[in-house]
Design a protein around this ligand. Structure first.
Ligand code: FE2
Length: 349
């Protein structure tokens, strides 16, 4: 049976020691190999201040460490509600805000039900559905960020609706521009920028909407240093929700399959956002954002800066458990987040 080197705080009753544990001063055997660990031994081992121990490979539980933030059925329902809402709006029909609020409540109930929920990149993305799937993803991400920033439930509900409608101004523009490969002409770029004001004007004209909803459509492309659009607002003048939506928007756009772009791996997108913080993105929001995304999904093979090739075997908000598959200490399992000196050189998957 294969041996694993695991952190002491991960040993559990029922595991079997694969190598003896020796006393540091004189090498006396304290625990024999092949010993099945009981809680009393585990407590004793923990008191020895060891970092890791070798155990025999053990059957893993089916209990996942990390859960998707939205169920497939809710995602499908959300995409279809948005499609209907957007096409009704285009025909100048009423905005069914109650339907959107109920949808956000459903997403919110699920996200708040379990703190293992984290955001990971989905592999598939249909081109023509982009605006809808993107809006749903931005909503989920924004709610996740807001939830660990301790926003209240009613604030999260508004943030969710703002996120669903942040790009609604696109319905008034020629969709082809948004999918154009290659560099945009200045006039085309101006048209793209116009979706913010178009969304604002449109939502502002609707009755019974929180003033935040049109304003987030207007502000989500503003940047901390004033380099955003349409008004070039600076940090203190940008609403907190717009700062959250901006990061959710950029991260999802970078990691999505588009006609003109292959998706950027999550870890690289996070790195790019980090490099532009605090210049373009709000530091506090980014610090929370990186806690709710899992940069490396399960099964991915990575080459680390210490020349180990590793496989990601478990991932969650707090840990990224990897198993060394080649290099020194083959079989070792450890939490990548606890080794800040290491970085990922390459994705081999
Ligand atoms: Fe936008």
């Amino acid at each position: 049976m294969a041996m694993l080197l695991i952190p002491v705080n991960e040993i559990k009753p029922g595991m079997t020691l694969a190598k003896p544990i020796l006393r540091a001063d004189d090498g006396l055997i304290l625990f024999q190999n092949d010993l099945e660990l009981k809680q009393v031994y585990i407590d004793r081992i923990k008191s020895l201040n060891l970092e890791t121990v070798w155990v025999l490979d053990y059957p893993r539980t089916n209990e996942p460490d990390f859960l998707e933030p939205i169920k497939k059925e809710i995602r499908m329902k959300a995409t279809s509600i948005l499609r209907t809402t957007f096409s009704q709006l285009k025909e100048q029909k009423n905005l069914d805000i109650v339907k959107l609020k109920n949808l956000v409540k459903e997403i919110l109930d699920y996200i708040l039900s379990d703190d293992r929920i984290a955001y990971t990149i989905r592999k598939i993305d249909a081109y023509d559905n982009y605006t809808f799937t993107h809006s749903v993803d931005v909503c989920v991400l924004a709610i996740l960020i807001g939830s660990i920033m301790d926003l209240k439930r009613n604030e999260l509900e508004i943030l969710g609706v703002c996120s669903l409608l942040h790009d609604v101004g696109k319905i008034f523009l020629d969709f082809r521009i948004f999918n154009k490969p290659g560099k945009l002409e200045p006039i085309e770029y101006e048209q793209i920028k116009a979706h913010t004001r178009a969304g604002y004007e449109f939502l502002k004209s609707k009755e019974n909407l929180s003033f935040l909803i049109p304003h987030m459509a207007l502000q989500h492309h503003e940047r901390e240093d004033g380099s955003g659009y349409p008004r070039g607002l600076k940090g203190k003048d940008i609403h907190r929700y717009a700062k959250i939506i901006a990061i959710a928007d950029v991260f999802n756009a970078m990691t999505s399959q588009r006609i003109y772009q292959d998706p950027v791996p999550a870890a690289l997108a996070i790195q790019e956002i980090y490099e532009n913080t605090p210049l373009k993105y709000n530091q506090d929001v980014v610090e929370h954002f990186i806690k709710i995304v899992t940069p490396y999904s399960k099964g991915i093979i990575l080459l680390l800066s210490n020349h180990q090739t590793v496989e990601v075997i478990e991932t969650s908000r707090k840990k990224c458990l990897i198993r060394v598959i080649s290099g020194f200490n083959e079989g070792e399992i450890y939490n990548l987040y606890q080794k800040p000196q290491l970085h990922v050189v390459k994705w081999l998957d």
